[in-house]
Ligand binder design. Structure first.
Ligand SMILES: N[C@@H](CCC(=O)N[C@@H](CS)C(=O)NCC(=O)O)C(=O)O
Length: 212
């Protein structure tokens, strides 16, 4: 199949930021050419368009480049938003902005140390886990009142936080389910949703030498 006019997505199956972007691209019906990147051997064509060298990087057919996952989500939803994920007067989008900032900021760093604790034997893993809890408590509180972060339906506010929170929950699943019962139920609802189910993994690395 020729993919000559499709946007190109430089991606990696294990990256939560890529997962975030791919949920939105699928939702908006935007087909892409998926190029699975080995992060230890990045393709020169990706570094040329985005020297910071992170995935996801989306190169559009007109040559423009979006190299931040949340920007890809916003762009995709801006193209096509069939279930009104942005919400009334963009309210779900505004909540999403707030949650992304916390997810990628105050939660992002300690959750990375917690997840990869074996690489950081000198760190206090319980302290790292505990530094993640204020963000998760905020979500737990929201989800004790409604099934999704913005309200009764899935929205733009659920998508960007799902991959990292899901990854976190799998480190100590029993502790997590006990500590954050409503958030845990939300993870089950999200995982079962067609918007998440349709994102497939298991890509083989893109062979850029041949393809270039
Ligand atoms: N703020 C970026 C973060 C993306 C990011 O950090 N991706 C990681 C993989 S999960 C990456 O590409 N790291 C570069 C590397 O490992 O060299 C976004 O939201 O797109």
């Amino acid at each position: 199949m020729s993919s000559i006019n499709l946007p190109v997505l430089y991606a990696n199956d294990s990256c939560p930021y890529v997962f975030r972007a791919r949920i939105a691209l699928m939702y908006s019906g935007i087909e892409v050419e998926h190029r699975e990147v080995d992060l230890d051997n990045k393709p020169p064509s990706m570094l040329e368009v985005s020297p910071k060298g992170t995935v996801p990087t989306l190169m559009l057919s007109d040559g423009s480049v979006i190299d931040e996952s949340w920007d890809i989500v916003r762009w995709a939803i801006g193209q096509n938003d069939p279930e009104n994920w942005i919400g009334e007067n963009n309210a779900a989008l505004a909540l999403a902005e707030e949650l992304v900032e916390k997810n990628d900021g105050e939660f992002g760093e300690p959750s990375m140390y917690y997840k990869f604790a074996s690489y950081y034997p000198d760190r206090d893993v319980l302290q790292d886990r505990s530094d993640c809890e204020p963000f998760l408590d905020e979500l737990e509180n929201r989800l004790s009142k409604q099934p999704f972060t913005y309200g009764s339906e899935i929205s733009a506010a659920d998508i960007p936080i799902f991959p990292a929170v899901s990854g976190f929950s799998k480190i100590e699943p029993e502790w997590f389910a006990d500590r954050f019962p409503n958030l845990n139920k939300w993870l089950d609802r999200m995982s079962a949703s067609p918007h998440v189910q349709c994102v497939k993994f298991g890509h083989t690395p893109w062979k850029f030498e041949q393809a270039n």
